[in-house]
Ligand binder design. Structure first.
Ligand SMILES: NC(=O)c1ccc[n+]([C@@H]2O[C@H](COP(=O)([O-])OP(=O)(O)OC[C@H]3O[C@@H](n4cnc5c(N)ncnc54)[C@H](OP(=O)(O)O)[C@@H]3O)[C@@H](O)[C@H]2O)c1
Length: 325
C-alpha cells in the first residue's frame, strides 16, 4: 500500500518511520504547504514523491491511501478533497473539529463508497483484544470503576493553544481517555459531569470528566496539555483490576486479583512504533473491499466527536468553525 502523508510535522515523521519499517506498506509520497518542506522531508525519510501542495498529492494516481497528519482544524478540507476523488483516507485523531464536520465527512465517504478511518492508533493495537479477553473471561469480576489519565507538557505548541487550530487537551489527549472507556465498556452512558482549567486563549489545558454508565460503572478521566501525567488506565472490578501502562500506547498490562494480589504481567508484542497496526488494518480492509475499519467503526468516531462537542459546549471552549454549535 503506497501511503501519501499530508503534513511534515511531528506525527508525519512518526508515520514515515513506521512505514519505513513495514513490509507491505510504503511511505510513497509526502505533501506539504511548501515544496521546500516536502523536498526536505522526502529526502530525510527516503520518500519517492514530494508535493508542494496537498492537492497535488491527492491527485497522484499511485497513492493508495491518503494519511492526514495536519492540525485538527485542517482535517476537514483535505479529507473531503480526497474522498471526492475516490481516495481512501486515514485521518489523525481528533477526527474533525466538531461533530458537524465529522457527520458531513462520514456521509460523503459512505455515499461515495470510499474507505475512511480515524487514526486513533490504540484502537488498532493488540492490547485491546488482550484486555477485552481478560474482562470477558471474568478475571476481574464485574467492572465498576474505570480511571484514565493522559498528560503531556505541551502548552508551548500553537496547535494546542490556538482556537483556530482547534486547540485544547480534550481533542488532543482527552480523546484517548474517552476511547479507553469505550474500548473496554460498551455500557450506555447515563450522565457526564466535567470541569476544566483554561488557557488565556480559551482552550482547555487540563480537564476532568466523570461518567456514569449503566450497570453501576463509573469512569473518571483526566487529560492535561500542561503537565507530565502518569498516563495509566485502570479497570477495577469486583474480583480484581487491570492496570494498563500507558493508555495511548499500551506496553504493559498488569492483572491483579482480589486484595490486589499480583496475578500476571502481560507484555504486548514488540513494535516498530505502535502506529503500524493502523496502517496494516487499512491495507487489509481496503484489500477486502471494506469502507471502514472494524477496529474503529465510523459510528463510534461520530459518537466520540459528539461527546467532545458536549464537553466543549459546557466549558465554553469554542473554535471558529463551530458556528452556532
Ligand atoms: N496518534 C498520535 O500519537 C499523535 C501524536 C501527535 C499528534 N497527533 C495528531 O496529528 C495531527 C498533527 O499533529 P502534530 O503534532 O504532527 O502537529 P505539527 O507538528 O504541528 O504538524 C502539523 C503539520 O500540519 C501541517 N499544517 C497544515 N496547516 C497548518 C497550520 N495552519 N499550522 C500548522 N501546521 C499546519 C504542517 O505541515 P506542512 O507545513 O508541511 O504543510 C505541519 O507540519 C493532529 O491531529 C494531532 O492530534 C497524533
Amino acid at each position: 500500500m503506497r501511503v501519501g502523508i499530508i503534513g511534515t510535522g511531528w506525527i508525519a515523521e512518526k508515520a514515515a518511520i513506521t512505514l519505513g519499517g513495514m513490509e507491505n506498506c510504503q511511505a510513497y509520497a509526502v505533501g506539504s504547504r511548501t515544496q521546500q518542506k516536502a523536498d526536505a522531508f522526502a529526502a530525510r525519510w527516503n520518500i519517492p514523491k514530494a508535493y508542494g501542495t496537498y492537492s497535488a498529492l491527492i491527485a497522484d494516481p499511485d497513492v493508495d491511501l491518503v494519511y492526514v497528519g495536519t492540525p485538527h482544524s485542517h482535517h476537514f478540507d483535505v479529507t473531503r478533497e480526497a474522498i471526492i476523488v475516490g481516495k481512501p483516507v486515514l485521518v489523525e485523531k481528533a477526527f474533525m473539529a466538531n461533530h458537524r464536520q465529522a457527520r458531513e465527512i462520514v456521509d460523503l465517504a459512505r455515499s461515495a463508497n470510499v474507505f475512511l478511518a480515524e487514526a486513533i492508533w490504540t484502537r488498532y493495537q493488540p492490547a485491546v483484544n488482550i484486555v477485552r479477553s481478560l474482562i470477558a473471561k471474568g478475571k476481574i469480576g464485574s467492572p465498576r470503576l474505570i480511571t484514565a489519565t493522559l498528560g503531556y507538557s505541551m502548552g508551548d505548541k500553537p496547535r494546542i493553544m490556538r482556537p483556530d487550530l482547534c486547540g485544547g487537551a480534550l481533542l488532543d489527549l482527552g480523546v484517548y481517555a474517552l476511547n479507553f472507556v469505550r474500548m473496554f465498556c460498551d455500557a450506555p452512558i447515563l450522565d457526564i459531569r466535567s470541569q476544566c482549567v483554561k488557557s488565556q486563549t480559551g482552550m482547555d489545558l487540563t480537564n476532568a470528566i466523570s461518567i456514569t454508565l449503566e450497570g453501576g460503572i463509573l469512569a473518571n478521566l483526566q487529560s492535561s496539555a500542561c503537565c507530565v501525567g502518569d498516563n495509566i488506565g485502570v479497570i477495577a472490578g469486583t474480583e480484581g483490576n487491570i492496570i494498563i501502562d500507558n493508555i495511548n500506547n499500551p506496553q504493559r498490562i498488569r492483572l491483579n486479583g482480589p486484595d490486589r494480589t499480583f496475578l500476571e504481567d502481560i507484555h504486548v508484542p514488540g513494535q516498530i512504533t505502535g502506529y503500524e497496526y493502523q496502517f496494516a488494518a487499512c491495507r487489509r480492509h481496503i484489500l477486502d473491499g471494506k469502507t471502514e475499519p472494524d477496529e474503529m467503526p465510523l459510528d463510534e468516531t461520530l459518537y466520540i466527536m459528539r461527546l467532545m462537542d458536549g464537553l466543549r459546549r459546557e466549558w465554553g471552549v469554542r473554535y471558529p468553525m463551530d458556528g452556532d454549535f
